[in-house]
Design a protein around this ligand. Structure first.
Ligand SMILES: Cc1cc2nc3c(=O)[nH]c(=O)nc-3n(C[C@H](O)[C@H](O)[C@H](O)COP(=O)(O)OP(=O)(O)OC[C@H]3O[C@@H](n4cnc5c(N)ncnc54)[C@H](O)[C@@H]3O)c2cc1C
Ligand code: SF4
Length: 564
């Protein structure tokens, strides 16, 4: 897949900024319908040649152990181990593309991938639907705003996206975690089945296979998963979902989509006479030249904070607080899951035995939300809810005592760990926000973001419950040596940021309408998670993609009618 540099001001039907989960779908949907699309991506082109999922660490220069070296250029990105010696070049250099925070509100903005495919290159792939219990949460508990759409509006688009993406999963019939279009489920381990059964018996809670964008059947030229394990290093059989080899590849195949790689978009350009967006200004990562691209419609899909940064940097004399910000909501209501409560413990091994480099199931389990649901007494300390990701893993007893024969024998005794990590909803609060830091620019000369994010009592109480509840479930399943934890979530990190250009029915309180069109500028859309009116505890990406396809269909209808 090659990047293309365009020197001239080509007129396109649409500009899509960012080629990740949302941008991939936007360019696929529009290009397949015959629109001429310019896809501007700040990162490099991605290709199978970069994938290293089958490469052992001993073939690397530093055996994947030189963490200090990694930290020199990627002190933030490398905190999460998907940024490692194999993949470091896919991520931003934190020194070249910094952001700031107040001293007392540390925030780890990780997962800033600069490759075609964005974060979908390295994501965890858990793919869960939202329900009306999430979308209308404000009506249930009085906090915040309802989404300006309901589950019925999303359902057909969830179906469409899931069928294409390829999601392994099990139907459970839960109203608050709707079933989807699943490929056959990957097997659960004996320990996972034991936890599923015991937790259901004792608490009535649902432990299911994590619904995950890993295929178990071939489709569209992609092969089923062969259980090699490290999906975050790529996949030559294209068995997990990565925009680079799915949606973006489809869009390019139409001949209607031009990928402009290494294009760091600085701002949206406005036509001051018509008050419409006319294109974008970008900086070429390699030459540092600035260039313009023009189109009938501009669609930002650069990930929540990045799209908001572009809007904030696009202020005009009439919109000094940022473009499309007549409501004043732009940059505010930043949400990101809390995930610092959970537990792990030791489970019986049954017939599991550790191997070096053996088959590895890339999908664990998911515990569906069980707090503050319909018909339940509300939790006394907090609103909304949380789910857990987790599963069992078998390993050698590396810390086994002894020497010689005795040590070798003890080492080979399997040790089965069961882990539950909570993912909790964070309430959308005005004071959690991003703004432009007027003191600092990145190496392209573009002003950077300052991120303000801290826990409230709601998050603190929820994190405590995450730890306690994980412990009680593992205990019910017979785990030993249970270790629960419930830390404050500073520094905050989540990889699931949302909400800084939120959707809403009222243009005075929101930036986007239900089709992710800015209230202020008709031909400007933001189709990533910036538009989320709240950030339910289920992982966001399936809903990001679903909303994006729905919004593209609306956009094309408006174009046909001559409204845009
Ligand atoms: C390690 C990890 C695990 C995750 N696990 C899960 C999970 O299990 N389930 C789940 O639902 N979600 C998960 N996520 C989150 C998921 O990856 C994101 O929600 C999703 O990819 C966001 O889609 P997006 O289109 O908004 O942005 P991205 O996929 O990040 O794509 C944005 C693209 O825009 C480009 N870009 C940014 N700024 C500019 C600019 N100024 N000009 C041009 N291009 C720009 C970037 O280079 C990038 O390629 C995970 C993320 C990470 C990092
Ligand atoms: S575990 Fe499966 S999806 Fe992941 S890289 Fe290996 S084959 Fe691909």
């Amino acid at each position: 897949m090659m990047g293309m540099q365009s020197k001239s001001n080509v007129g396109y039907d649409a500009i899509v900024v960012g080629s990740g989960a949302s941008g991939g779908w936007a360019c696929k949907r529009l290009a397949e319908a015959g629109l001429k699309v310019a896809l501007l991506e700040a990162g490099k082109p991605q290709s199978d040649a970069n994938f290293t999922e089958h490469k052992p660490a001993f073939e690397l220069k530093y055996r994947n152990r030189a963490t200090e070296l990694l930290r020199k250029t990627r002190p933030v990105q490398s905190v999460f181990d998907v940024c490692n010696e194999y993949t470091q070049d896919w991520f931003v250099n934190d020194l070249e593309e910094p952001y700031t925070t107040p001293k007392d509100q540390p925030f780890l903005w990780m997962g800033r991938v600069r490759m075609t495919g964005g974060r979908t290159n390295v994501w965890g792939r858990v793919s869960l639907r939202f329900s009306d219990w999430d979308l209308k949460a404000a009506s249930h508990d009085g906090f915040g705003e309802d989404w300006p759409l309901s589950y019925k509006d999303l359902e057909p688009y969830y179906d469409l996206v899931e069928k294409y993406v390829g999601i392994t999963g099990m139907a459970e019939g839960l109203e608050h975690l709707p079933d989807g279009q699943f490929q056959p489920p990957m097997p659960m381990t004996c320990q996972e089945i034991l936890v599923r059964n015991r937790v259901k018996e004792k608490f009535g809670r649902t432990v299911t296979l994590a619904r995950s964008a890993n295929m178990t059947k071939p489709q569209n030229g992609r092969g089923p998963c062969h259980y090699c394990g490290p999906c975050e290093r790529g996949c030559v059989t294209h068995s997990y979902f990565n925009s680079a080899f799915t949606t973006v590849a489809d869009a390019l195949r139409t001949g209607n989509c031009t990928l402009i790689s290494n294009a760091m978009v600085h701002k949206v350009l406005m036509d001051e006479t018509t008050k419409r967006a006319k294109g974008v200004l970008y900086v070429d990562r390699n030459t540092r030249e600035t260039r313009e691209v023009h189109a009938r419609v501009v669609i930002l899909c650069s990930q929540t904070q990045e799209s908001t940064r572009i809007l904030l940097n696009s202020g005009t004399s009439e919109s000094a607080g940022g473009l499309a910000n007549s409501s004043g909501a732009l940059g505010h209501y930043l949400t990101a899951h809390v995930r610092s409560g959970g537990a792990n413990g030791d489970m019986p091994a049954f017939d599991a035995s550790p191997t070096m480099g053996g088959a590895t199931k890339p999908v664990g389990i998911y515990v569906a939300r069980f707090r503050n649901l319909k018909g339940q007494a509300p939790a006394k300390d907090f609103l909304r809810g949380f789910g857990y990701e987790g599963g069992s893993s078998v390993d050698f007893r590396w810390g086994a005592p002894g020497f010689g024969e005795a040590y070798k024998k003890a080492l080979r005794e399997p040790r089965v760990d069961f882990d539950l990590t909570g993912f909790g909803e964070v309430l959308p609060r005005m004071e959690n926000r991003v703004e432009i830091d007027s003191e600092k620019k990145d190496i392209f000369g573009i002003p950077v973001l300052k991120i303000y994010m801290k826990d409230s009592d709601n998050e603190r109480a929820m994190i405590k419950d995450m730890g306690d509840s994980a412990g009680e479930m593992l205990e019910a399943a017979g785990a030993k040596n249970i270790r629960t934890y419930a830390h404050p979530s500073a520094p905050r990190w989540a990889l699931h940021e949302a909400g800084t250009a939120r959707m809403g029915a009222d243009p005075k309180k929101s930036v986007l309408n239900q089709f992710q069109q800015t209230h202020d500028v008709k031909n400007l859309f933001v189709m990533d998670a910036s538009g989320f009116s709240s950030n339910p505890c289920q992982n966001p990406t399936l809903t990001i993609m679903t909303l994006c396809v729905r919004s593209c269909d609306y956009l094309m209808g408006e174009m046909k009618r001559g409204e845009i």
